[in-house]
Ligand binder design. Structure first.
Ligand code: FES
Length: 104
């Protein structure tokens, strides 16, 4: 299981986001209110790039830029249509001051 370093934790404060890539997999990483999340950058509705649009820091949700479905960063579950299926989420942690995502 590869671990990908995202950023130094000190340089990724609340409100930060970044898209990382491992091979063909793109993952959006977020610091929402001090909690870290990683979610696949591929919408379950139409395979659009999920993490290239806006996200809602108050609700810790990402908004698909293609048709507007919102997904919870913590679970990957959609909370508005047209998407009905969840997207993958991945474990994120801080190791020796660096933010690291575990990918499959
Ligand atoms: S591609 Fe994301 S809502 Fe349609």
């Amino acid at each position: 299981m590869p671990e990908i370093e995202v950023a130094a934790a000190a340089e990724f404060p609340p409100g930060s986001s970044k898209i990382i890539r491992e091979g063909t997999l793109f993952v959006g990483v977020y610091n929402c209110g001090g909690e870290l999340y990683a979610i696949e950058d591929r919408c379950s509705h139409d395979d659009g790039p999920l993490c290239e649009g806006d996200w809602d820091e108050d609700r810790c949700c990402v908004v698909c830029p293609r048709h507007g479905s919102m997904f919870e960063l913590s679970t990957g579950q959609p909370i508005s249509l047209p998407a009905t299926d969840p997207v993958e989420t991945y474990p994120v942690r801080v190791v020796d001051g660096a933010i690291v995502v575990e990918l499959p």
